[in-house]
Design a protein around this ligand. Structure first.
Ligand SMILES: *Cc1c(COP(=O)(O)O)cnc(C)c1O
Length: 395
């Protein structure tokens, strides 16, 4: 079994904090601070414009993409970094739709993250397509012969329910459609295998379980069979076959680099690159085993200590990602009280207490502490203070 105390030591976790919100924003890897400082001092300061070549800034989106590829079951040269996840959803979905010009239906589910659905709705309007949204349990039956693109987030951001990527992708293919997977709550959290599942497109962010820092750039993957045919809708100069030829006419770069748009966020990529070091010796099966150990222990602990909380996640670990949620009518105030006591999870409307478990830095002591503090707060009513009912901008 992998020794996760080594990876835990690679993160700065503030004293007294049990951090169960790495599914929203991963904590700072200690190495990121030094890497960003060195990038500023040695590269930006000293090299100026020369950094694009000398420090390898230009190639960085693909270099970092190659390191993410291993964590999602993709090959080298198949992933590129840039922009935010919402933009990458837009790019992948438009490219997939363009590969099925005779079909105009996009299918997603009501557990998808709102931004993905908003982007799909806007794109559907622009491309004369229709977005169909069904309950997560009804996706398989809703795949029909009119389907162009099945667009799903593998792990539900609220419940942690994990779709069967290989099965749903195969069903989409049998119906003549393409499958686009959002890995926002999968990459760095579960054993993703895009190649094994034969998916067509995938996207994800890097500030959740990959710990790249607030605003860290997103990634996009295209199956190699589509790489030469996928048409980028955002035809930016960095996705051109020869950006520095400054051609008036657009020609897409040969592979995944056509999904680059404009100038990459070099400082953010430096932080992300450092954050990825910690994954080098880690196998996804060890990661998954530890994640299941933590989430099972948390469910068992909370159900024993707080029977009034209702499990809002699948009980079977095979159908669950690396997060667990429970429902409570006063979930918002309960979560504020928990955070004030040093156990950081988050609240999701309308009544969900959400806890992410990141094997890299969470351990069974975190689980035990979180269960104990949660039980105390729920039972002594200390959540019912005016300050804990005050809504902030970000919940
Ligand atoms: C976190 C998340 C997003 C956020 O998108 P950004 O553009 O990075 O803000 C989008 N989709 C899903 C499924 C997410 O979990």
């Amino acid at each position: 079994m992998f020794d996760f105390s080594k990876t835990r030591a690679a993160f700065h976790l503030p004293d007294g904090v049990t951090y169960l919100d790495g599914n929203s924003l991963g904590p700072m890897p200690r190495a990121a601070q030094g890497r960003v400082a060195a990038m500023m001092a040695d590269e930006w300061s000293e090299m100026l414009i020369g950094g694009w070549n000398k420090a390898g800034w230009y190639a960085q989106p693909r270099r970092v993409g190659d390191r993410i590829a291993r964590l999602i079951g993709a090959g080298p040269g198949e992933v590129v970094m840039g922009d935010t996840l919402s933009i990458k959803v837009f790019q992948a979905l438009s490219a997939a739709l363009a590969l099925r010009p005779d079909r105009r239906v996009i299918l997603s589910d009501s557990g998808n993250f709102p931004s993905d659905l908003y982007v799909a709705e806007g794109l559907a309007r622009a491309m004369g397509a229709t977005l169909r949204v069904v309950d997560p349990g009804d996706v398989a039956q809703a795949i029909g012969d009119d389907l162009a693109v099945l667009m799903l987030t593998e792990v539900d951001y609220r419940t942690g329910r994990r779709h069967d990527m290989a099965d749903l992708t195969a069903r989409a293919h049998r119906a003549g459609a393409l499958a686009l997977w959002d890995l926002a709550h999968s990459a760095g959290a579960v054993d993703v295998d895009l190649t094994g599942a034969d998916a067509d497109f995938a996207v994800g962010c890097t500030y959740k379980y990959l710990n790249g820092g607030p605003g860290a750039p997103a990634f996009i993957w295209t199956h190699p069979r589509h790489a030469a045919a996928a048409q980028p809708i955002l035809q930016g100069w960095m996705g051109h076959a020869a950006p520095f030829a400054f051609d008036a006419e657009y020609r897409p770069a040969p592979g995944i680099e056509r999904m680059r748009v404009g100038t990459p966020p070099v400082i953010a990529l430096a932080a992300l690159e450092a954050a990825l070091d910690v994954w080098d010796d880690l196998s996804l099966s060890d990661l998954r085993a530890q994640s299941i150990r933590l989430t099972q222990a948390f469910i068992a602990g909370v159900e024993a200590a707080c029977p009034e909380l209702v499990l809002n996640s699948p009980r079977d670990p095979q159908g669950r990602g690396s997060q667990v949620s429970f429902r409570h009518p006063q979930a918002y105030a309960v979560m504020q009280a928990l955070i004030a006591a040093g156990v950081v999870g988050d609240f999701r409307a309308p009544d969900v207490l959400r806890f992410g478990f990141a094997p890299l830095y969470n351990d069974l002591a975190d689980v035990e502490r979180a269960v104990g503090v949660l039980a105390r707060i729920v039972h002594d009513g200390s959540w019912d203070r005016a300050e804990f009912h005050q809504k902030a901008d970000v919940t």
